[in-house]
Design a protein. Structure first.
Lengths: 244, 244
DNA sequence: TGATACATATCATCCTACAACCTAACTCGA
DNA sequence: TCGAGTTAGGTTGTAGGATGATATGTATCA
């Protein structure tokens, strides 16, 4: 609990701010791939911080594969395809359009993963999923506990695919969405009435128990479209309308 | 070109090594979420480096949401769900089993994205895709240029979905796979004969031109399964065998 | 002209010092 | 004894300088 509060009220350290500034400059195209960054000293003067702070910021960008530092020469912007990490700008998610896109990605990932999970799950997986389902059973409204249980439900399904990368990616995307919605609720009380539809979850679970990939996929797809609708995002997936 | 050489022969800086060590300790569970890391001074003594180096390493982990540092108290391991970035351990990819999992994830992402692209592509997208296709047309073997063209082909399709997140995720996964295969070829000349199957690419392109989502999805799925086979990875996707 | 040596620029690492902040123990009065 | 306030020590955050390693360009000299 204390952890969460701290995570939200996190003070922006100087290195973080410098890194964010440079990162934005790169993303926006002001610094093109191949371009050389100012020297560490120039940056430290420009931002009015010590060279240490600049170095920590650059260490961050370098770890992400956004820039490459060469001793004796300088630091250079790398091409986007050379990124070593995926990071989602939470600011951008305040735009509904971006949220819509992220839901679409989530739908792709989770729908097929549900099918895989249906084919591969064992009893242990089913027990974990059922436990998460029970935890959100009582509550129809989005309380903290229910949200956590909802996330856990999805993560456990991802885990049942037996593919750790799938688990990582789905956890990540879901967490970004959760964080963004949580933030929206804090700033705009209107969002307080968002519900969790337990029925949709039950249908997914039943398909998993039955070991029916097609049914699991369809149920998951319907659920995510529903979830998106409930937070005010309508998904333009042609799959849900037409195919199968 | 020079850039690529430098990127491959990158010297492991001290902060990078320290970060990798701590990261592994966290991933492996030796440091559980909530646990406190040793102080910066202890770490600097343990690794025999300056406190500055330790700080740069920690800045990295912090940016990824793996740890949280609190002034006056210490640094603490965060729960995996709180990660702010996705990063794939390239060491782990040397294990065929992990490579198989990554291909599976790629298949999920790209197959459905191909369907979306078929529904949404405009003429500009088709032109870009065709250009990439032509670039690899002549070569049947995996030369540097062909590999780049292959990657570009996939990235352009991802772009045609109109969803920047899908584009980012697919680019990232493809790049990890490319890097790993490139590395394998360097160390083991046996891999030198891997081919690019142009026919599979053409079939995908034709489905996109026709605007046929189902055909595009099927062609992409077949292509990725084929590509995996050609690098010695067999995909256990039940989708390819049974459904549709 | 060509090769070597030197000067310069830049990142990599180290060191020390101080500020900001937290914790816990300690003091002292009621 | 108890509780509030104070103090001391530890830890991260930031600053600034010094030195080593590496790449580049320049000047010198055979």
């Amino acid at each position: 609990m204390k952890q969460r509060l701290a995570a939200i009220g996190t003070v922006e350290t100087l290195p973080h701010r410098v890194a964010a500034f440079l990162s934005r400059e790169i993303e926006s195209g002001e610094l093109n791939p191949g371009a050389r960054l100012p020297t560490e000293q120039e940056l430290s003067e420009k931002f009015g911080v010590s060279r240490n702070v600049v170095r920590e910021a650059i260490a961050q960008l370098r770890a992400d594969g956004m820039i490459e530092a060469r001793q004796g020469i300088g630091a250079f912007v790398l091409a986007p395809e050379q990124r070593a990490a995926i990071r989602i700008d939470r600011e951008a998610l305040k735009d509904t359009h971006n949220m819509e896109r992220l839901f679409e990605l989530r739908c792709i990932l989770e729908a097929e993963s549900a099918a895989l999970a249906a084919a591969r799950r064992d009893q242990g997986h089913l027990d974990s999923i059922k436990a998460a389902l029970d935890r959100m059973g009582g509550e129809e409204r989005w309380e903290e506990g229910s949200i956590d249980a909802d996330l856990l439900f999805h993560r456990e399904i991802a885990r049942a695919t037996g593919n750790s990368y799938i688990h990582t990616f789905i956890s990540f995307v879901c967490e970004q969405i959760r964080h963004s919605i949580h933030y929206a609720r804090m700033t705009n009380p209107l969002h307080d009435l968002v519900e969790i539809n337990v029925g949709e979850h039950v249908r997914i679970y039943e398909a998993l128990v039955a070991g029916d990939p097609a049914a699991a996929e369809a149920a998951m797809r319907a659920h995510i479209v529903g979830a998106a609708n409930r937070v005010g995002v309508r998904l333009p997936l042609q799959k849900t309308a037409g195919a199968k």
